[in-house]
Design a protein around this ligand. Structure first.
Ligand code: ZN
Length: 190
């Protein structure tokens, strides 16, 4: 009995080490799309993933979990990659037929891009605020006000660059120059 428990304990420990290994491999390539795909393909061959996959497959019971079609060659889709590497929760994963999987990948990738763009924007905003008000700017400044200063600073620069009139009181919802400018900001204009 003691021996059996010890074996279980050891198996469990090895498993956790495997998961840690995968998580750190994914972390190392977090900002490199090509390398990330390589790690991902290797992960799909791993025992860690196979076990996860089996759990989700038995939940789906042979059907697509989106359209309910019966499938013979099911794909397991990651709804998000936040816990990839063996810590995925079962509701991070979904069994899908091929057409549903393709749609789901498109949806997730659009979301991931948006998240990435947002974190880039936040980093630039922070850089602007720190250089103007010091590293602890958030301590005595309203984030919203500093953000407006940041946008105005960028917009002024943009107007000079493209020889538009700089007109701060315009309506950001309807002004075409501003909308164009704002799309550029979201794509990394600095
Ligand atoms: Zn389906």
């Amino acid at each position: 009995m003691a021996n059996k428990k010890w074996k279980e304990w050891q198996k469990n420990k090895l498993w956790k080490q495997e998961v840690q290994k995968w998580i750190s491999r994914f972390k190392q390539v977090d900002d490199n799309q090509v390398e990330w795909q390589k790690v991902y393909r290797a992960y799909l061959q791993s025992d860690v993933w196979k076990e996860k996959r089996d759990q989700v497959l038995s939940r789906a019971n042979g059907k697509c979990e989106r359209c309910k079609a019966i499938i013979f060659d099911p794909d397991v889709h990651h709804l998000k990659y936040d816990r990839i590497g063996g810590n995925e929760r079962l509701d991070d994963l979904m069994v899908l037929c091929f057409p549903c999987h393709r749609d789901a990948d498109d949806e997730r990738d659009t979301e991931t891009d948006a998240k990435r763009a947002d974190s880039h924007y936040q980093a630039r905003l922070n850089g602007f605020a720190s250089s103007k008000y010091g590293d602890a700017w958030w301590y005595d400044r309203e984030k919203r006000e500093v953000e407006i200063e940041f946008i105005m600073y960028l917009y002024k620069k943009y107007c000079q660059e493209y020889e538009f009139d700089f007109d701060p009181p315009l309506d950001p919802e309807t002004d075409l120059d501003f909308i164009e400018f704002w799309n550029k900001v979201l794509n990394g204009y600095e």
